[in-house]
Write a protein that binds this ligand. Sequence first.
Ligand code: AKG
Length: 218
Amino acid sequence: MLTFFKSRFLRMLSIDPSKAVSDLNGARIYARALDAEAQRALVTEIRAVVAAAPFFQPVTQRGQPMSVRMTAAGDFGWISDRRGYRYEPRHPSGGAWPPIPDSLIALWTGLLPGARRPECCLVNFYGQGARMGLHQDRDEADMDQPVLSVSLGDDGLFRVGGTDRPAPTRSCWLHSGDVVVLQGRARLAYHGVDRIRFGSSALLSQGGRLNLTLRVVT
Ligand SMILES: O=C(O)CCC(=O)C(=O)O
């Protein structure tokens, strides 16, 4: 089954997967990697994930609500609450997370053949005004494993710096279907989303931006 998804999904990569389209402080950006059909198919799969594991609004350790809504698929979901940031094997409601869609596994193995299988697909939803501050992804055990994310829906202004917070940053607009890989020197780069252009894409009927981030956790 996975072989079928892999060949079908990789055909939808409109770029040569061996070539990164651009490099933003070491982050590899595969612009418009997924065509419109692949994007629509992924949205359908993510709707099924959200039906099984509804979005929740995380809060920071200080109790500040984050502007994105989140859920996850896979063995683990990433949680932020008064107890801090961590991965959990269960949704806050107590249920198991649904499996990561096969198409995303196929995308991961197609672009990152040497990497271990992802254990978490974090699903972030950015509604109007949502953003994500500069941060490092450092709650995973094995930093040799890459992070891959897929943008769907409205454009998002993505910012990447270095491994120290004061290092200079560069930014670019991510569009629906773009794929970003953080690996090697960029694996621990500070990154975030300054803002979205609400309504810039017709992919999600209510507007907004979905970001799907695949990570190896253990
Ligand atoms: O939304 C994005 O493009 C980035 C998401 C992100 O940085 C994260 O989930 O850690």
